[in-house]
Design a protein around this ligand. Structure first.
Ligand SMILES: [Zn+2]
Length: 257
């Protein structure tokens, strides 16, 4: 067998809105030569699905020659940085991604009427989410182009970006480079978006922030598709030590806190 390398830190299965099973995603990861794949279904609320998901991951671990991280993608509920998972479930996982989503109060719902106040909420929300000890990674940061009051990357003041970057560094929270990030900005040409996002990511890299790569695959066929994210690593000139090796995270036991 060839030496496996690389990982995909963000995939969905039929336990949330993905098309395929856990085993199918993990087999796809094995087929494309990844060392490690994270199963990160949406966690809106606890339920018996959660234990079935953990059991599915154990089956996949027995059947495939890939490290499988048990994870979830949780919603940041409000600007205080509270999330949709509790400690009991979170502590059964190896990786918790958190994002601003359609249910985030003060940004996606009940948002202020001015862009300046919305941007204040975004800053507060992200700083507080980093400080939430249940959160390891902020998924697709600044995915703000599809909410009722859309915000583009270059609208965000540099001072806000620096204080958010500081929160990432202080709490050792990782910034996800999500391969389908352009989806959040449907009216912006991909090339322009890539350039603008690379500049933002470069600022975070210069502040010492760590990064995780993820496809956000919703089907087995998209697992391991990280070409855009890898391109971004180069464009933003991220030093290799600032890319978290999730394969290594798996072999060390326990989380970072
Ligand atoms: Zn996702």
């Amino acid at each position: 067998m060839h030496q496996r390398s690389g990982y995909d830190g963000h995939t969905h299965t039929s336990f949330s809105d993905g098309r395929n099973t856990v085993v199918e995603n993990v087999r796809a990861a094995e087929a494309v030569g990844l060392e490690c794949v994270a199963i990160t279904d949406h966690f809106f609320e606890p339920g018996e699905w959660f234990d079935r998901m953990l059991a599915g991951i154990n089956v996949a671990r027995q059947r495939c020659d890939v490290h499988v991280l048990a994870g979830a993608e949780v919603v940041i509920m409000n600007t205080e940085g509270e999330v949709s998972i509790g400690p009991e479930e979170a502590h059964k996982l190896e990786i918790v991604l958190a994002d601003i989503g359609g249910r985030t109060l003060g940004i996606a719902t009940d948002a202020p009427s001015t862009k300046a106040r919305l941007l204040d909420n975004v800053t507060t929300c992200m700083v507080n989410a980093c400080q939430n000890p249940l959160v390891h990674v902020i998924a697709h940061p600044f995915n703000l182009g599809r909410f009722p009051l859309p915000v583009y990357i270059t609208d965000i003041p540099k001072t806000s970006l620096r204080s958010i970057a500081q929160a990432f560094v202080d709490t050792d929270t990782a910034f996800e480079l999500m391969n389908q990030m352009h989806w959040w900005f449907p009216d912006v040409p991909v090339e322009r978006f890539t350039r603008d996002y690379a500049e933002l990511v470069g600022l975070f890299a210069a502040e010492g922030v760590k990064f995780v790569l993820g496809s956000d695959a919703h089907s087995a066929g998209a697992v391991g598709n990280l070409r855009w994210a890898v391109n971004l690593v180069q464009l933003a000139e991220i030093p290799p030590p600032q890319i978290v090796n999730l394969g290594k995270l798996h072999s060390e036991s326990g989380g970072r806190r």
